[in-house]
Design a binder for this molecule. Structure first.
Ligand code: ADP
Ligand code: MG
Length: 334
């Protein structure tokens, strides 16, 4: 039998008037998986998610969930649930009533609703807050309540639109692992929209990199980071430099470029000027401009370990030579 939490988008397009927000996307979401839709602001992530949720009509194409065509079903009839960016909790309802809300709409009787709501609050570690109002909770706690409220409908797929962006960095990391744990425990699929590369890499079984309404690349976190297929993915994922090589382009990871202060005997090495030095804790990130701007398609970034940098510190304005092993480069398709 087909996994209920497997989904397929078949040639999905979303237009708002004349403008195309999502342009003919085809995509498989495996069952019981964590998928991240990753891309810059405006690339069509939320529109895609809202079409899956049924909060936005599909201009063209089909959406299947568990093998069933759900394209024209109302949101509550799809087996999906959505957690919104701003949590959208009802301010006048207690935490327990917020969580139980969709069961009330379904006509589930009060004591049964309450039992279910408490189970979900237990899952997100919020049992002690059941009687409070949303305004009496921190941002992180409100988010847990929003999660419980989405999950009480027992969805096959949970849709999350930038769920961590309103949290401070410490809470964000904590909630990140919490989301992953929940997805595993529940055995359903999560589709999580984010513009943060770190978030997608750390969470996703499958990363979908989007740009201008289209899919640039689909793959595991390691694939999209280590084997970007396009200049856009190499540059957007960060940690890569894109170099011209005749008519095509090569990507080379920032931590695979060596900096030396003198050119090698055979004169190999790209001459560059240090423009920027940033300390990142365990590494230094060095920004450089190619001296005669023929090879690099943008400023060059090199990552050096803290220890190595300390042995031979660099200075802004210094001219250096960059080398890398041919085997560490990766040819881009476009
Ligand atoms: P993302 O979530 O990746 O930032 P969106 O899906 O929100 O992107 O938006 C994609 C494009 O569609 C943007 O150009 C945006 O301005 C446009 N858009 C989104 N929602 C609407 C809407 N309701 N009406 C008109 N244009 C919209
Ligand atoms: Mg969005």
């Amino acid at each position: 039998m087909m996994d209920k939490s497997a989904a397929e988008l078949i040639s999905i397009t979303k237009s708002y008037g004349q403008s195309i927000a999502v342009d003919d996307i085809t995509l498989r979401i495996p069952g019981t998986s964590y998928t991240c839709l990753l891309g810059p602001s405006g690339c069509g992530k939320s529109s895609t998610l809202r079409m899956i949720a049924g909060h936005e009509t599909v201009t063209r194409g089909d959406i299947l969930l568990g093998g069933k065509n759900i394209t024209d079903l109302p949101p509550a009839g799809r087996g999906t649930a959505m957690m919104f960016q701003n949590y959208a909790l009802f301010p006048h309802l207690s935490v327990a009533d917020n969580v139980a809300f969709s069961l009330k709409m379904k006509g589930v009787e009060k004591s049964a609703r309450h039992v279910e709501a408490m189970k979900l609050l237990e899952l997100v570690d919020m049992v002690g807050f059941a009687a409070r109002l949303p305004a009496q909770l921190s941002g992180g706690q409100q988010q847990r309540v929003a999660l419980a409220r989405a999950l009480i409908t027992n969805p096959s797929i949970l849709l999350l639109d930038e769920p961590l962006s309103a949290l401070d960095p410490f809470l964000r990391l904590r909630m990140r692992s919490e989301l992953k744990r929940l997805q595993r425990e529940l055995g359903i699929s999560f589709i999580h929209v984010t513009h943060s590369q770190d978030e997608a890499l750390s969470l996703a079984d499958q990363v979908i990199v989007m740009n201008k309404g289209r899919i640039e690349q689909v793959g595991s976190a390691q694939d999209v980071f280590n084997k970007p297929q396009t200049q856009f993915v190499a540059q957007f994922m960060g940690g890569h430099n894109v170099m011209r090589d005749g008519q095509s382009y090569l990507a080379i990871r920032a931590d695979k470029v060596q900096i030396s202060k003198t050119s090698s005997k055979d004169g190999a090495g790209l001459s560059a000027v240090v423009r920027e030095i940033e300390y990142l804790g365990t590494t230094f990130s060095v920004g450089l401009d190619e001296a005669d701007a023929t090879q690099a398609s943008s400023p060059i970034s090199v990552t050096i370990s803290d220890a190595l940098f300390s042995q031979e510190p660099l200075e802004i304005g210094q001219t250096v030579f960059l080398n890398w092993k041919p085997g560490d480069t990766h040819r881009l398709a476009s």
